[in-house]
Design a protein around this ligand. Structure first.
Ligand code: TEU
Ligand code: CA
Length: 559
């Protein structure tokens, strides 16, 4: 397997709006990030994925871009960006920007021109169609609810938007548009950035003719039409073109495609080891373990066997063929400890989850705040929420479908994206030290206990455990390149797997429950020479008695 930096790297995601506010307007910004670079250096991460910081009217917090070559007013200036980039590079941290080109903002000059008349040269940069019998051109729905089409009376046609109506889809069939995108990518690479995380990359190519989507028995979200706009017919041609026209012109850059709906077969193409497309993709399979038949907002209790089956399958099937990425949360998901661990055993279970994240094959991604074990927030009212998705879904479920507000609120507290967007808790001062003004979204009330200052003052904190895991991963190529073999697949309590590399074996034992669990090493391991790699409890005495404590994680290396 070819060794490259982005396979060995640990990536940290920054959601700028919620990271650190430098000027008291309540909104995180680039100078705020600059002021915390030493913190990131201390953690030891190799690269930062920065969520969008381009000019944007913020209908979807920067995922609706009105100028791809400039910085959002609230976040600062291009000069601030350059200072941030060099500040990272001075500390040996690479910078991966977000590339949001499935759609732009409706306030982008391309769209303003495009919508102005049917014969405008930029008309075809977006997807315009006539209505059908006074209705939308087809039955596709937006990922944020409702029809994916918006009628524009200016020219009496509809435009496609797979997200909000302020996020019109760009038309990737148009060669001039593609060329504009490639030029823009080069603009940032020439400035010195190290890669791109590519937003909804799997949706660039749509089936010609835009046929109606299959309607399922129950109501699902982000589903109607998905088979016609996910991994579409020209997607790999587009990926290869991006690679040839842009990526191959720069040395050692990385790309990670956000690919909802990607299958293993598809991922093998996107992230092929031959390097002809992207470095890796984010698959979504494990993010669906707690989605019921009605989709994301219809929550069911997840089962460890389901989670393990998905993660293990991706480990073994991509092995040697394509590179994987490992994550349990990001700005679109709730807090990993609240979802996959336990708030009651916050420290233990956070450390256990990190042990998994950093001992699998694939590049690990840490979302901001996870390193101090931040938890979901339980705002009392829908008015406390800011995300366009949850607001739309509230209208859809409570307004249109007649759900009881308290029932929908339960789902919000569990799965809403704003759970992960509350400000980083830096200390126990007012607003958790995030801002001297009024934060754009409420601070989680648990900030007096859970904050960076406390974490840095406690040598047993989650922060230092993660730091140690990162250091160990850097020192032990087995953690990066080792193959993957699972044991005890049927256990609903334990995740046990080994990795093998250059004659060494790493054994990872994770207790996913809040109870003690019985565990006995097989003879094979008893006979081998072992060394403790890491453990989230002080000593492993109890394990000697074949007992794992709540959320205990132990990793051994055998030679
Ligand atoms: O997300 C796209 C996506 O497929 C989902 O993560 C989606 O946001 C989620 O399932 C809704 O529940 C990307 C960005 O990461 C997200 O923040 C943006 O809102 C979206 O694209 C549109 O740009
Ligand atoms: Ca600010």
């Amino acid at each position: 397997m070819k060794r490259v930096w982005w396979k060995e790297a640990v990536v940290y995601q920054i959601y700028p709006r919620s990271f650190m506010d430098s000027n008291g307007d309540g909104v995180g910004d680039l100078r705020g990030i600059i002021s915390k670079l030493d913190y990131l250096k201390e953690l030891g991460i190799d690269a930062v994925w920065l969520s969008p910081c381009y000019k944007s009217p913020n209908d979807d917090n920067g995922y609706d871009i009105s100028d791809y070559r400039d910085i959002m007013d609230e976040f600062g200036t291009l000069d601030d960006f350059k200072e941030l980039l060099s500040g990272m590079h001075e500390r040996g941290i690479k910078l991966v920007m977000d590339l949001v080109v499935n759609h732009s903002s409706d306030e982008h000059k391309w769209f303003i021109e495009s919508r102005s008349s049917k014969d405008n040269p930029k008309r075809d940069y977006y997807i315009w169609r006539d209505g059908k019998d006074g209705k939308a051109p087809n039955n596709w729905t937006s990922c944020f609810g409702g029809s994916a089409w918006e009628y524009d009376k200016e020219t009496d046609q509809y435009y496609l938007h797979l997200f909000t109506k302020k996020q019109p889809d760009l038309n990737w069939e148009n060669e001039t548009l593609r060329k504009e995108v490639y030029d823009m990518m080069k603009y940032w690479f020439d400035m010195g950035i190290d890669g791109f995380r590519m937003d909804v990359v799997s949706m660039y190519s749509k089936v010609p003719g835009l046929p109606d989507g299959k309607v399922y028995g129950s109501e699902t979200d982000c589903a109607i039409g998905a088979e016609h706009f996910t991994n579409g017919p020209r997607i790999h041609e587009f990926m290869k073109e991006i690679n040839k026209e842009v990526l191959s012109k720069y040395k050692d850059v990385m790309t990670v495609g956000e690919a909802s709906g990607v299958t293993i077969e598809e991922a093998k193409k996107y992230a092929n080891s031959d390097g002809s497309e992207l470095s890796m993709v984010f698959h979504f399979e494990h993010m669906g373990v707690d989605a019921g038949e009605g989709g994301k907002w219809d929550i069911k209790k997840w089962k460890l066997t389901d989670l393990k089956k998905i993660l293990s399958k991706w480990e073994t099937e991509l092995e040697g063929k394509a590179w994987n990425s490992i994550y349990l949360s990001n700005h679109d998901q709730p807090r990993m400890v609240s979802r996959f661990g336990s708030e009651k055993f916050r420290e233990e279970s956070s450390k256990m989850l990190f042990t998994m994240l950093l001992t699998m094959q694939g590049t690990p991604y840490i979302y901001q705040g996870e390193e101090i074990g931040m938890t979901n927030v339980h705002f009392p009212s829908i008015d406390d929420y800011r995300d366009v998705e949850v607001k739309n879904m509230w209208k859809e479920y409570v307004g249109n479908r007649g759900y009881k507000p308290e029932d929908f609120m339960k789902a919000v507290h569990y799965i809403a994206r704003d759970n992960n967007r509350t400000p980083i808790q830096w200390d126990d001062s007012e607003n958790a030290g995030f801002t001297t003004g009024t934060p754009w979204i409420g601070v989680n009330p648990n900030y007096k206990e859970i904050n960076v200052k406390n974490a840095l003052a406690d040598k047993n904190s989650i922060f230092y455990y993660v730091k140690e895991l990162i250091k160990l991963r850097h020192e032990n190529p087995i953690a990066v390149y080792g193959d993957f073999k699972e044991y005890m697949e049927d256990s609903e309590s334990l995740y046990v797997y080994e990795r093998n590399f250059e004659g060494k074996t790493m054994l990872v034992i994770l207790n996913f429950t809040g109870e003690e669990q019985n565990f006995e090493l097989s003879e094979k391991f008893k006979d081998m020479n072992s060394k403790l790699y890491i453990s989230n409890y002080d000593n492993t005495d109890k394990f000697e008695n074949n007992t794992l404590r709540p959320y205990e994680a132990i990793v051994y290396i055998y030679e």
